[in-house]
Design a protein around this ligand. Sequence first.
Ligand code: SF4
Length: 191
Amino acid sequence: MNPGMENLKKECLLCRRCALGGTRTNVVFGVGKEDAEVMFVGEGPGEQEDLRGEPFVGRAGQLLDKLLACVDLERNTNIYIANIVKCRPPQNRDPLPAEQETCIAWLMEQIRLIDPKIIVCLGRIAAQRFIGADYKISARHGEFIETDGRIVTATFHPAAVLRNPLIKPDTFEDFIALREKIRQVCTRTYP
Ligand code: SF4
């Protein structure tokens, strides 16, 4: 781990800046390649993630890994995965705006250190943070937007795909489009 990221993780693991720090089992900092050109951002840890301290490791995470594998991406090889809030909201509720506001400084520092070319928002909450408060994921998923020198896109959260398999084909198409975009703008992601 590079020293900047290592220090950031050490600090983050001790964080109690919001109430979620009082109910978590583990801080879920993030995982992956620390100079990845592509970064995936979800909203927050669920039960399995809280227990294991790693993002996207429950059923939704297994689906995410399959979608990633379809386009030659893998969490420990060529991408980084993190969440907007690092501690699990109770009963898997959405993270409150105040919790997101408090926690997002950790994510922003991760993004600064990793410096990805492409950010992929997984689900509405991440997309509304990174693209715009009025973002409608059902209408705009798969769009690529340039903002602050990076390309940002969004697709459905894998947990939403598990709840509604009808959106699986659209999600798969978003990953295929992502592969094309990576080929256009990234130089190190695919060998
Ligand atoms: S959710 Fe974020 S801000 Fe709140 S305690 Fe956890 S790491 Fe700190």
